[in-house]
Ligand binder design. Sequence first.
Ligand code: HEM
Length: 503
Amino acid sequence: MAFSTLQYVYVTLAIFAAGCVLSKIRAHRSLTPFPPGPPPRFLIGNLLDFPVKQPWITYTNWRKQYGDIVYAKALGQRVIVLNSTKAVRDLFEKRSHIYSDRPLIAMRDILGWKFVVGLMHYDDEWRKNRRILHQKYKQDAALAYRPVQLSKISELLKAILRDPENFEHHYKYMTASIIMATVYGYESAPKDDTFIDNGDKAITIMTNSMFPGASLVNSVPFLKYLPSWVPGSQFQRRAEECRKLTREMLDLPFEFVKRNMQKGTAIPSVISSLIQESEDTAENEEMIKGLGATSYSGTSVACALGTFFLAATTHPDVCKRAQAEIDSVTGLRRLPDYEDRTSLPFVEAIYREVMRWRPAMPMGVAHTATQDDVYEGYLIPKGATIMSNIWAMAHDPTKYSEPDIFKPERFLTPKGTLNDDNTILTFGFGRRICIGRHAAESTIWATIARVLAVFDFSYAVENGDPVPISGEYTDALISHVIPFRCKIQPRSEILRQLIEEAN
Ligand code: HEM
């Protein structure tokens, strides 16, 4: 059909108008500066500035130099680091319609972790998955997991009593076994459990690979097309191993539940209820597998527990004060329970301080903006990787004096009651806030209360000298204290008996 003269005029005017709008946007964008940041180098930008070791410490130092919002760029990847609670709340919460997406992290797909809700794009698939998981982990739903949590904590107390030197293995194992029991109705073997070991290895590879500086392919995504024998693409071999472990992590526990459901022996669990509630299609099956494996994100609980064991060993005064408080409530006749929580303000303060002092995910999980935005006069470009530096917020000296010191009293009023600072920053922000935070909190709080109720901590002694503890942490997205030695013993004979009788 031929255009009339009038149609030509309309089309020309429309193109002219669109051109004006676009050039206005470009002009606006070029006038608005990026936030300050380290000066880029020729061609490679800030590639060498992205730290691999303890990135949160470098980013916190950047705050002193460049402020609360820092910008860096390497090979096309734009990174914004938010170093203050205000900036994070302003963007991730007040403008959550723009800031709830996740950046494209090349390693996510290469490692086979597309299914995990925490790394999905802000789209309908994420909405559907998040809604389902929310039903299973919201505050009142999480109450259902308490009996399993308490019984696994009792097993932990017994394991420490029997074999105190391996306390790290015991609390990590407990964390994983709570997930396996609640998510799959699966009782894990005391050690060398295939489900737990597979998941652990896959998560370790994944969380070590997620930061911008952790693997070159995160900055240069086309490297993923290189075969593994090409120098610089060693990550392909690691990825192959991770994909195999991840596939097993998705399939094996799911098949275990399905088999037991067919035999009529399945223990009720998150996965058995999802199977019952959904239509039996291949698509649903894959989604349920992904939801099950997403729950492995809960292993960050172990990092918080590692911090608690570290603080308990290095702060005997804190333990003594907590124990006096617990004894006054339990009368040394029973273990503390969730009903005692409001009567134990100092134990609560320890929980808050454990989460603040060494946040398990010091850089949170990166968000991205779905459109260009301007904040405090700076351009936040669409698609930039935006990291919340939870470490910097939790160590802000204007809010927490002597932030590097473990001091639970900072959460108490002079009268000894709790103050109103009850936000746990390390669970993240906005629409992507941690789904499992209520379940995580129950496990961590009850472990702290029960372990302190029955055990004393001190430094391990070798040749008459205390064995020093470095107190250093791993560099990954989920950061764990480097293994250390300590001495753990029951506080008294009566309490030893209480541990042996606990169930
Ligand atoms: C100490 C323990 C935990 C910590 C520190 C933690 C921390 C976090 C953080 C920082 C985020 C990202 C928030 C953001 O984007 O701003 C997150 C997301 C998430 N967490 Fe946790 N988490 C913990 C335990 C758990 C547990 C027990 C589960 C069990 C289901 C869980 C499931 C999830 C899921 C599914 C997401 C993704 C949410 C989304 O992207 O929509 N987490 N968590």
